[in-house]
Write a protein that binds this ligand. Structure first.
Ligand code: GLP
Length: 242
């Protein structure tokens, strides 16, 4: 059963997760972080940047793996998850860019990209702490409903609701890619500690299904129930259907 922590707001959740990550890095300077995109973890990244600066934490050896990437965006596109992770995480935290991996969404070589990413995570010794958001559809990473609970990193097709949600980052929905490369649910479950964050009413159904619903591929978030160490940090609104 996941531990559920109800927080006042994103800043309080961010401070809690940042504290756990700083403790981890202090114990293990080459800690492996699992990084999520989306708006949900941004307050956590800000809190973490502040803690690192205030405490003078040495993060030069910290390694990281992003959950997912769009397929087919031009290199350097500002909304590619490589660009987002660089802008929101690597630069403000002062991480070493070469140690932070993002799945390869280049259509050239896409047939090897999933297996290569899995091998890199394994070679790093696995993810120590995985930051997760959840989509309205219940997706984690980009594992949309119907994804196998044992799935590994691979190409997936984005659902229409997810493309509509993510259209806010692009000029129009036509520019939102149709496909992505995402860690699988099985990949995510291999991380040693999962922290799932959700804020606001729009996430209440997905959180209720993830925390209390039947474990099912139709609700990818429900896979957290299979993990022995999951912390769910939610505000009152996201917790309102628990
Ligand atoms: C995105 C990402 C997910 C994220 C989710 C929720 O599309 N691929 O990793 O958790 O959708 O996004 P947000 O945090 O902006 O609500």
């Amino acid at each position: 059963m996941a531990e559920v922590v109800i927080v006042r707001d994103q800043e309080e959740a961010g401070a809690l997760v940042a504290g756990a990550i700083v403790d981890l890095i202090t114990r293990k300077p080459d800690a492996v972080l699992g990084l999520a995109t989306g708006s949900t973890p941004l307050a956590t990244y800000r809190a973490l940047a502040n803690r690192i600066a205030a405490d003078g934490v040495d993060v030069r050896g910290v390694r990281g793996f992003a959950l997912d990437e769009y397929v087919g965006l031009p290199a350097g596109h500002p909304e590619s998850y490589r660009a987002v992770i660089t802008r929101e995480v690597v630069e403000p935290l002062g991480l070493t860019p070469e140690l932070i991996r993002v799945p390869n969404g280049d259509p050239d070589g896409i047939e090897h990209a999933g297996a290569d990413y899995e091998a890199a995570i394994t070679a790093a010794g696995g993810v120590d702490i995985q930051i997760l958001g959840i989509g309205r559809t219940g997706h984690i990473g980009f594992n949309e409903p119907g994804s196998s609970l044992a799935s590994l990193t691979r190409v997936k097709t984005l659902t229409e609701p997810t493309r509509i949600d993510n259209a806010r980052f692009f000029d129009s929905i036509d520019q939102v890619p149709m496909h992505c490369m995402t860690q699988g649910i099985g990949t995510i479950l291999r991380a040693r500690h999962l922290t799932l964050l959700a804020f606001g009413e729009a996430k209440a159904d997905a959180i209720a299904a993830a925390v209390e619903g039947p474990v099912s591929a139709n609700q990818p978030g429900s896979a957290i129930q299979l993990h022995p160490h999951t912390t769910v940090l939610v505000d009152e609104a996201a917790a309102s259907k628990l």
